[in-house]
Write a protein that binds this ligand. Structure first.
Ligand SMILES: [Zn+2]
Length: 465
């Protein structure tokens, strides 16, 4: 797992996962003298009651392990001083539900597309390498050229200098499969400033490597493309080409060069990772991320009509990484029961909660009735996905429908959290109402077409068309 600095934007980003994880700081449990576990509580609540607790009362974090319990006294005494630290620590712990690097991977690769600082830092360094390679004529280029020489391949990585440490990074990346220099190539224009033999301007390697015999024969090894192409290929050769390998190389090279047409524009360096051909930190960063970050077999499903927090919630749910009772026990948290806190009929795992629980069946049934589609008893995301891809609706309508399902699951999760943690039990009867209202607000504000809440309730199909 990559250790990353946590900036506030990261906390903002992953913050609104679920109402009880980050938004509120209710995350501490304790065991009373009779052995019963209580929680979750915020430190603020525990502070209020601290005079009633034994002095050695230990508490532990919702996200941590009960074996890592700490003294309440210590937690309270450092709360004001290190509040920030505690928060960060918890973001860190929370992320252990899903490894950081899975959050960072692109959506195409099943991540959340946050990208990593690792890749950003490398991309920023590589920008300097690009400036040297592409000979941008800056002071930087001229200084490095004067100190280290023309050819980047011959620059030492052992010297104690910024440039050497940058090049060392290039080597490390290359050994992990990211060969930066292979993405930098010359695009030929008039051929005046490109070495015919020594630069890569046609094909993937310099012609001196493709045709070593002919290169050895040429009396002008530094000749530019324009000069070489001006006359017959063997003009500057020391002698005429003989049979065998030389002859073979000669005929190969001649046909290879047949397609070359010089233009009047200047030769320029081309960066093949970005469509513009210009070096781009963003594209470099993405390419490094794609290489070093893990890849999930399925791309991340993302519905733009609903908030990021719900998409992130769904992403976690699909990966089985919600703090359900089953998962908590797997993580070593001691709970009185792993039963579903809503129906008590089965173990509470993600699929029970979102598909098999009486609550979710009731809610999803109503969603289907509202959308006039057949309800099915899905038991897992894979069954739901299969069903969803098979239903016949226009693509734009499906986008809304998928969003509505996600909103419904989000509310089911919220209901479950309130059933677990709130003193006042939440009401089932307003759940569907909330799903309709919130999905209306979210979809309406994120879609170009404006519609009324009434239209949304009466005929969601038509709105989305
Ligand atoms: Zn249940």
């Amino acid at each position: 797992m990559t250790v990353l600095p946590l900036s506030s934007s990261w906390i903002d980003y992953i913050g609104p996962l679920t109402s009880d994880e980050i938004d509120s700081d209710k995350r501490w449990s304790y065991r009373d003298p009779n052995g019963n576990i209580h929680g979750l509580f915020s430190l603020a609540q525990l502070r209020l009651w601290k005079d009633y607790f034994p002095s050695d009362l230990q508490i532990w974090s919702y996200y941590g392990n009960v074996k890592e319990a700490i003294l309440l006294h210590n937690a309270l005494s450092r709360q004001t001083k290190d509040a920030g630290e505690i928060k960060c620590q918890h973001v860190g712990e929370k992320i252990s539900w899903i490894a950081w690097d899975k959050v960072l991977a692109s959506k195409k690769k099943g991540g959340l597309g946050v990208s990593s600082y690792f890749a950003l830092n490398r991309a920023l360094l590589l920008k300097w390498v690009w400036r040297f390679v592409s000979q941008d004529d800056s002071l930087w280029f001229r200084v490095i050229q004067a100190v280290h020489g023309d050819k980047i391949d011959s620059h030492s990585v052992r010297k104690v200098s910024i440039w050497s440490s940058i090049l060392k990074e290039v080597q490390v990346l290359k050994s992990s499969g990211f060969d930066f220099l292979s993405y930098c190539s010359k695009r030929i224009g008039d051929g005046q400033s490109t070495s015919f033999w020594k630069e890569t301007w046609i094909g993937d390697i310099p012609l001196c490597e493709l045709c070593p015999r002919l290169f050895a024969l040429d009396s002008a090894p530094n000749i530019c493309v324009a000069a070489k192409m001006a006359g017959p290929l063997d003009t500057s050769f020391r002698r005429s080409v003989r049979g065998g390998v030389e002859q073979q190389e000669f005929s190969d090279l001649s046909s290879f060069l047949n397609s070359v047409v010089l233009s009047t524009s200047n030769d320029r360096w081309y960066f093949s990772l970005s469509s513009s051909g210009e070096f781009s930190v963003k594209d470099t960063r993405l390419a490094i991320d794609d290489l070093v970050l893990p890849s999930h077999s399925e791309p991340t499903r993302w519905v733009k009509l609903i908030p990021i927090k719900i998409n992130v919630f769904m992403w976690r749910a699909r990966r089985g990484c919600l703090p359900t009772r089953y998962n908590l026990v797997q993580k070593g948290v001691i709970l009185e029961s792993t039963s579903c806190p809503v129906c008590f009929s089965d173990e509470e795992d993600v699929h029970h909660l979102l598909f098999r629980c009486s609550l979710s069946q009731e809610v999803l049934h109503r969603v289907c009735r509202w959308w006039e589609i057949d309800f099915q008893l899905w038991r897992s995301f894979s069954e739901w996905d299969e069903w969803f891809s098979s239903i016949r609706l226009p693509g734009s309508v499906k986008g809304f429908l998928e969003g509505v399902f996600y909103v419904a699951w989000w509310f089911i999760w919220g209901f479950r959290n309130r059933s677990t943690f709130d003193v006042n039990k939440p009401s089932r009867s307003i759940l569907f109402e909330n799903i309709v209202s919130s999905s209306f607000l979210w979809c309406n504000s994120r879609c170009s077409r404006k519609f009324s809440r009434d239209d949304w309730l009466k005929n969601p199909h038509l709105i989305s068309l």
